[in-house]
Design a protein around this ligand. Structure first.
Ligand code: G3H
Ligand code: 13P
Ligand code: ZN
Length: 309
């Protein structure tokens, strides 16, 4: 089974009322935890690599790990560039075997976003690669860029048809109130489902992407706080809201923070209980298992994509 694009995955997800999990990968244990979960539940999978992950791991290692996961699991896996910031970064990923790229022009004015997205789409489609773009701006932290709540903006439904038809993009990330990182809401969580509904009415059959969609699982935040961490006010998107999104036009749900929390919480606990251990395999093994169990829960309860591979 070679790497696949997300085209068929999204069509089936749209028609079937479920979503595909797009998990960020940065090292071997994360890749293994996610792919073992997907294999056990026979779930389709998107593994995504950010600019920060590329800088941390060197892209070739991540690509080879994903190739190994495909050989090991036999699953259809899509390898996606998360938040590509320039045409050049997208081109580099396309040239080196990614099957999907995101060009994130959401910080540009509308016409500039269209221009850069269109350029990436033309190159990507010539090479059999699909493209995700973004309209509207999420709050939160990605790489070195921090977008404050005041600088964030909801997607404007009246712009989406023009954007999609002029760019030829394959999927669209929209801003409906989620944000990147572990501190998503001050007070009651609230998502603008009315915007999602309006967007999907204007783009029938078209796959929508939800970024910033970690639930910031309380069990792991409590674990971090219990074992020396300090994350007061951490809060994510409630699972029922994500399930509601997955039943609608949202076909791709991005999850990174929950992986980080599962790994960090488990390692903190491990060291608190085993202060003299220093073999990385000893603490990375339970961290990998925690990721696996967490991803299985997402697949079954949040995404609804078990058995859809
Ligand atoms: O959207 C951002 C993802 O969580 C990736 O984060 O850029 O720190 O790797 P990163
Ligand atoms: P979280 O920070 O909610 O996990 O979002 C990840 C994301 O959107 C990656 O692009
Ligand atoms: Zn994102």
């Amino acid at each position: 089974m070679p790497l696949v694009t997300s085209k068929d995955m999204f069509k089936k997800a749209y028609d079937g009322g479920y979503a595909i999990g797009a998990f960020n990968v940065n090292n071997m244990e994360i890749v293994q935890g996610i792919t073992e979960a997907a294999k056990e539940l026979q779930a389709p999978l998107i593994l995504q690599v950010s600019k920060g992950a590329r800088a941390y791991a060197n892209p070739i290692y991540l690509r080879k790990l994903v190739e190994a996961a495909i050989e090991d699991t036999g699953l259809p896996i899509c390898l996606h560039l998360d938040h590509g910031d320039t045409f050049e970064t997208c081109k580099d990923c396309i040239d080196t075997g990614f099957t999907s790229v995101m060009i994130d022009g959401s910080h540009h004015p509308f016409e500039e976003n269209i221009a850069v997205t269109k350029k990436v789409v033309e190159y990507a489609h010539d090479h059999g690669v699909v493209v995700e773009a973004e309209l509207g701006r999420l709050a939160g932290v990605e790489d070195e860029v921090k977008v404050s709540a005041e600088d964030s903006s909801y997607t404007r439904p009246d712009e989406v048809e023009e954007f999609v038809s002029r760019t030829g993009v394959d999927s669209l990330a929209i801003a409906i109130g989620t944000s990147h990182g572990a501190f998503k809401f001050k007070g009651e969580p609230k998502l603008r489902f009315d915007i999602l509904e309006e967007v999907s009415k204007r783009l029938p059959g078209f796959p929508i992407v939800l970024h910033g969609a970690s639930s910031v699982i309380p069990e792991f935040v409590e674990m971090i706080n219990k074992y020396g961490g300090d994350m007061p006010g951490a809060q994510g998107v409630p699972e029922e809201m994500l399930r509601q999104a997955a039943r609608s036009a949202v076909c791709k749900i991005n999850i990174d923070s929950d992986l980080r929390l599962a790994m960090t919480g488990t390692i903190r606990k491990y060291f608190a209980e085993n202060p003299s251990h220093f073999d990385p395999r000893q603490y990375l093994k339970p961290a990998r298992s925690a990721i696996k169990e967490m991803v299985k829960h997402k697949i079954e309860v949040v995404l609804g994509c078990a058995g859809k591979a």
